[in-house]
Design a protein around this ligand. Structure first.
Ligand code: ADP
Length: 180
């Protein structure tokens, strides 16, 4: 399903983000940047060891104490079809009283800003924070879609932003958020 937002196409698909051909796919990581489960595990498995090596270098040089929640960094795409991977840390859901919404917005916004600053044209997101981090997906989908739309209304350098939802249910939830 596609929507036009300013100059950019916003697309929602169901699938595996490691199969997506885009300038960058987005990885939902933990602060260590040293690998995890879920989408992070899938990206490192298919992308090969180079991505992890670059993450380790970023840890050693830029973020010795770990990447803070809401921030984003970029590595190559290793063996993936995507040229780059943008790694961002979403918030752990703690009941909604701990600025989770603001931090989730920052994760999407900082990822998009980084993509634009690198001259990338196509970016694919997973559903950040709604797996191991437990963010309720209806709320997360509204924040994800709303934040991306608001960004694209002011920024016309991206050609396509894709949400890649892993399950059919997740896809339906995001579709509903995109239509309202
Ligand atoms: P977080 O810790 O931010 O919650 P997870 O990786 O646990 O990150 O989950 C984030 C979302 O990514 C979940 O909706 C999960 O179903 C989804 N996911 C897991 N593997 C893939 C994949 N290969 N492609 C796309 N989405 C995936």
């Amino acid at each position: 399903m596609e929507f036009e937002v300013g100059n950019t196409t916003l697309e929602l698909i169901q699938g595996d983000i490691t199969d997506v051909e885009a300038d960058a796919i987005v990885n939902a990581v933990n602060s260590t940047l040293l690998g995890g489960s879920g989408v992070d595990g899938a990206i490192h498995r298919k992308g090969g060891p180079r991505i992890l090596e670059e993450c380790k270098r970023i840890r050693a040089t830029e973020w010795p104490d770990g990447l803070p929640t809401g921030k984003a960094v970029i590595t190559s795409g290793g063996n993936l079809k995507a040229r780059y991977v943008i790694h961002t840390v979403g918030p752990v859901w703690l009941g909604g009283f701990h600025v989770e919404a603001e931090l989730l917005k920052q994760a999407y916004r900082n990822t998009l800003k980084l993509a634009v600053s690198k001259g990338l044209k196509t970016v694919a997101f997973p559903s950040i924070s709604t797996g191991a981090y437990g963010y309720p997906i209806e709320e997360a989908s509204r924040i994800a879609i709303g934040t991306v739309k608001a960004f694209l209304e002011k920024e016309d350098r991206l050609e396509r932003v894709i949400f890649v939802l892993f399950s059919e249910r997740d896809f339906e939830v995001y579709l509903k958020a995109a239509k309202t």
